[in-house]
Design a protein around this ligand. Structure first.
Ligand code: RIB
Ligand code: CA
Length: 305
């Protein structure tokens, strides 16, 4: 399958990128950069640096649009570090960004019938691509975002990616015909601990050390913000894993909407009165199978980079 990732490259976005690069089923034809954990520019730089670390500088990275009033939230900088990668410093990338993210997405859906798009940040870039009717009709999207049956993580009702641009995610739910939502309902069941990151550190490779250092920062932040969980949420790599193997999750098919006004702005809810496409909302996940795949794939990549 061909894949495009739309990343706001913080720590779990880096895991999502690593999962895609480590998956023999996947041909990663490009990465688009959005904002959220970091600015578009910093996210693109992080992605380019990670692609070089993981031996894939050939994968092009396309910057997307950023909301004009965007500033990195304090909580994002705390969880992902000021540089988005838990203060892990990577060499400045030798390659620069490619062209327009929106054009890439529209062209790729026209060209590749087996393409899946995995957005793991705010929906701003995907919503812009929905101006193209063919994209809306044919794009297959597996997005990390939202919370149907559990509370939000940045507001009582709102998950971080949807909270950044609720109107954009509402457009995705309203217009795109093939959407799977991987929200906090499932991603907060898939947790990483220092027991696993020690395996990466023991490899003694640059790839293993980078993954271990970034993950340990992320686990430390979760220990402060969500001590009851006992680990950090593997939000973004779970979306990639589901794109590769949809049987990892159980879904409800619902007409979804995002509240865009009032106290519940950013809430993702099912609305049976709503006309339009059904969204597959993941409500169950095979935790053991996913964690097994996650560790096998990322450890193999890290051992060789
Ligand atoms: O709510 C989790 C999401 O917010 C993840 O995509 C994480 O990277 C942050 O962007
Ligand atoms: Ca993300």
């Amino acid at each position: 399958m061909k894949l495009i990732l739309d990343l706001d490259t913080g720590i779990d976005d880096a895991f999502a990128l690593a999962y895609a690069l480590a998956s023999p089923e996947v041909e990663l034809i490009g990465v688009t950069g959005t904002y959220g954990n970091v600015t578009v520019a910093d996210g693109v730089r992080n992605t380019l640096a990670l692609l070089e670390l993981f031996g894939r500088p050939d994968v092009p990275v396309y910057p997307g649009p950023q909301r004009e009033d965007f500033e990195v939230a304090e909580i994002s900088a705390f969880i992902h570090g000021a540089n988005g990668l838990g203060e892990v410093e990577l060499p400045a990338p030798a390659t620069g960004p490619a062209g327009s993210a929106v054009e890439l997405l529209i062209d790729a859906v026209h060209t590749h019938p087996d393409l899946v798009i995995v957005p793991t940040g705010p929906s701003t870039t995907i919503a812009a691509a929905l101006d193209d009717d063919h994209f809306a009709e044919h794009a297959r999207i597996v997005m990390m975002g939202g919370a149907l049956t559990v509370p939000g993580n940045v507001r009582p009702w709102a998950e971080a990616n949807v909270w950044q641009d609720p109107e954009a995610t509402n457009e995705v739910f309203r217009r795109a015909r093939h959407v799977t939502m991987i929200g906090l309902d499932v991603t907060l069941k898939t947790l990483l601990t220092r027991t696993e990151t020690a395996q990466w550190r023991a490899l003694g490779t640059p790839g293993g050390t980078m993954l271990a250092d970034a993950a340990d920062h992320y686990i430390g932040a979760y220990a402060t913000t969500s001590p009851h969980l006992g680990g950090c949420g593997l939000h973004d790599p779970l979306a990639v894993a589901v794109a590769v193997d949809p049987s990892l999750v159980e879904c409800l098919a619902l007409p979804m909407q995002v509240d865009v006004a009032g106290e519940t702005r950013g809430r993702t809810i099912g609305d049976l009165s709503r006309q339009g496409p059904l969204v597959n909302v993941a409500v169950g996940v095979d935790v053991a199978k996913f964690l097994g795949e996650f560790m096998t794939r990322l450890t193999r990549l890290a051992a060789n980079t």
